[in-house]
Design a protein around this ligand. Structure first.
Ligand code: LLP
Length: 417
């Protein structure tokens, strides 16, 4: 729907990506389809009909202001990983009451901001709860909290994006969570609203969600005895997407929701915190071929995008499908797609069967809408890329490319008094 080939040209909604490259001039850049983001959001909202529920988009996946505004217009809440993400969400028009701050190391400053404004806070540890109490006490208010439980369930994903096991740094163990819930009875500074867990990211195993939900429901029942304001079960985010495009079926969010619907008690409002499955397949990193290097035993397509713009392949060994913006009619050869960064870990794809391209050919790295731009860096002096959003046949620039002056601005020398 967002991206498709027609007559050998890659389209983003109604626009040819080749024409977009010509119009904007400079590669690499991120390109997003507003229609695809909307369809992904609706896949959740339509499947949740009949279940009291909240979709709370995880801003960490893609924090572009325009994309946040789009999701707000669709009815989303936001799940945040920092105080700055809260400021961004407010800028996008979200109400603080539609925001949930998560994190294992929230600073007192972040807590002050969030609690003062009335957003929900996920309690990650005993010290976190003490900090929350302290800040709420100072502000003479009641902090609204969910307890983040670590259910000790293996989500069977890359260890860097797995959070459901006790060996991870997140959440409190189930028995500690029970004690914590009980300790909140009658507490002045903290109001318990529910329970939370997040198992990890890029999952597609429905059974592990069912197991986590079982743990959360038990804890929810205990929490109900402590406070009559308890109403939320927050099952976190983590639903995976089809990075491989290879006919191996990845269950959809609809299938996930269908399979847990029967388990949800009547008095529960379910929160889901999807990030990747909302924006992932809506974005591509668009690059151009700088040159092709043939060493006989190994061949490289060198593009102008790199690990600085998209670090997922280097960091997690993640697979992103790559294709030419205009299909090339030559016999395919095995290539590594690499960037110009001075680092052997700088690759966007390995062992890809692709036809030999001409210099300047446009290349799309697919499914880069989540954890792409947000994880980019200035390594090797590279500028953060521009971002563009397509609505039908209209193209909008939604973030400028970073200029050299932007770099220099932060080098302002000042005397420390
Ligand atoms: N809720 C919480 C508490 C989270 O920690 C996360 C992601 C989400 C929701 C959203 O998860 P999603 O639906 O996007 O999977 N950089 C990694 C992913 C890290 C995800 C961290 N937590 C990657 O590129 O794969």
């Amino acid at each position: 729907m967002g991206y498709y080939y027609q007559d050998s040209s890659l389209f983003c909604e109604g626009l040819k990506v080749k024409d977009i490259i010509e119009r904007v001039g400079q590669t690499p850049f991120y390109l997003y389809s507003a229609g695809q983001i909307t369809a992904n959001y609706r896949a959740y909202s339509e499947s949740l009909v009949g279940i009291p529920s909240v979709i709370s988009y995880a801003v960490k996946a893609n924090g572009n202001l325009k994309i946040l505004k789009l999701l707000r217009s669709l009815g989303s809440w936001v799940t945040l990983a920092s105080g700055n993400e809260l400021k961004l969400a407010l800028e996008a028009g979200f109400e603080p009451e539609q925001a949930i701050l998560n994190g294992n190391g929230k600073t007192l400053e972040e807590l002050r901001l969030v609690i003062e404004l009335g957003a929900i806070v996920n309690v990650d540890s005993e010290f976190d709860l003490i900090h929350i109490q302290r800040v709420a006490g100072e502000l003479n208010t009641r902090a609204k909290v969910l307890i983040r439980v670590n259910p000790d369930i293996d989500p069977e994903v890359h260890p860097y994006i797995s959070t459901g096991l006790l060996s991870s740094k997140f959440g409190v163990a189930v028995n500690e969570a029970v004690e914590m819930v009980k300790s909140l009875a009658g507490m002045q500074s903290v109001q318990l609203l529910g329970v939370h867990c997040h198992l990890g990211s890029n999952l597609n195993n429905i059974a592990v969600y069912q197991r986590a939900l079982t743990v959360l429901i038990e804890l929810f029942q205990i929490a109900k005895e402590v406070s009559d304001r308890v109403r939320y079960i927050n099952l976190g985010g983590g639903w995976g997407i089809d990075y491989h495009h290879d006919n191996v079926k990845v269950p959809s969010p609809q299938e996930l929701i269908q399979s847990i619907r029967w388990m949800i008690p009547k008095d529960v409002t379910l929160i889901l915190e999807p990030g990747r499955s909302i924006v992932g397949n809506a974005g591509v990193l668009v690059c151009r071929v700088i040159g092709v290097k043939d060493r006989g035993d190994r061949r490289f397509i060198v593009v102008d995008g790199s690990m600085a713009e998209l670090i997922r392949p280097s960091l997690y060994g993640a697979y992103h499908k790559a294709g030419f913006v205009e299909e090339v009619n030559r016999d395919p050869v095995r290539y590594d797609i690499v960037g110009p960064v001075c680092e052997s870990a700088d690759f966007l794809g390995k062992d890809r069967l692709l036809p030999p391209p001409n210099e300047g050919a446009g290349v799309a790295i697919f499914d880069a809408g989540a954890y792409g731009y947000v994880m980019s860096s200035n390594y090797n002096g590279r500028a953060s890329p521009a971002e563009y959003l397509v609505y039908g046949d209209q193209l909008f620039q939604i973030r400028k490319r970073e200029g050299f002056e932007d770099h220099l601005r932060l080098f302002d020398e000042r005397e420390i008094l």
